[in-house]
Design a protein around this ligand. Sequence first.
Ligand SMILES: [Zn+2]
Length: 412
Amino acid sequence: MKLEVDAPRLVSEIEAFAAISDAEAPAVTRIVFTPTDLKARAWLKARCEEAGLTVRQDPIGNTFARWTGSDPTLPVVGSGSHIDAIPNAGKYDGVVGVLGGLEAIRALQRGGFRPRHSIELLVFTSEEPTRFGIGCLGSRMLSGTLSPDGARQLKDSEGVSLDEVRQRAGLHGELEAVKLTSAYCKAFVELHIEQGPLLERQRIPLGVVTSIAAPASLRISIEGSGGHAGGVLMPGRRDALCAAAELILAIENAARTSGAIDTVATVGLCEVFPGAVNSIPSRVRLSVDIRDTDLKRRDGVMQEIDSAGRVIAAKRQVSIHTEVLNADAPAECAPIVVEALSESCRKHNLGFLSMVSRAYHDSLFMLAIAPTAMLFIPCRNGYSHRPDEYASPEDIARGTLVLAEALAALSR
Ligand SMILES: [Zn+2]
């Protein structure tokens, strides 16, 4: 089979798609179920139908565009990503995996390939947490990680429920119908920009992802006692910010001493009340993000943070309350898909790096129901989620070529 990617067409489609945005170019803003998102969905559906694919949407708006295989009873081979973009983002995050996936299918069609398993392009609803505060909404529901009841409780910042928002967008089916069984998909591959600098730095064109790190998010509230910065003498103080300072260093230390380079912990937000120069901080709220490729190790760090909190609370006479916002499990990618991607790289004489995905993606949730792996392409300076995010046409074309080859191998 002669496999050729139409890079100019793919790049011009990425450009055209970026123009469907609520932000001024080159920035892209595309929030789930806004008129802009619906316009983008319609545009994409038209391109899929032009390619002869059968398009359906599930009740949460996940889109499936199917190239029916010669044996339609077999499980599908899936590929795809997301099209939503956080405010002021770039053109490539998610979109490369969607439009690249479509072009991979077209390249296989042009090459005369006929899949035995159907090949399906998947576009997941709301990978970004912008509107409903939870990332990977569509893939969480597909995999059953988020129950329909859990989804019904979600509201956007205006207080409108997810259920109402999706119905306004024309999606009326029962949310119970979203979950897929593990018999649905034979394999799933997601093409994505790296969102980190490793491939570019090492001048390696492709990354085959062997595991996906997962974050745990904590919200920690520290309650002490406020007072006048002049009036309350040091021995009588219960300063919530001083307690927070000790805890922040304990969090850093817990990650540093986990024994693995893959453990990271970040306190990205620190809110101080009342926040005045002459007032002792009475209350502090910290937001903590902990990631690892190993669940046991990550949970160990969380326990360590918990016990450091207890010690600090007792010593400083403050109360420390920790709320776990989410704690998804990291996952190993499926060897059959990793091997298909690696073999495709070798077939086209393209170097690749076996790597960990440190950002998490819809693939993390797909792993719960399907053998899954990811393919990364470099992005300039590792920048993502900003308007100057950039991936070169050559890198996009290489990623799409390897994806197409892997889809062929998996669907034979
Ligand atoms: Zn993404």
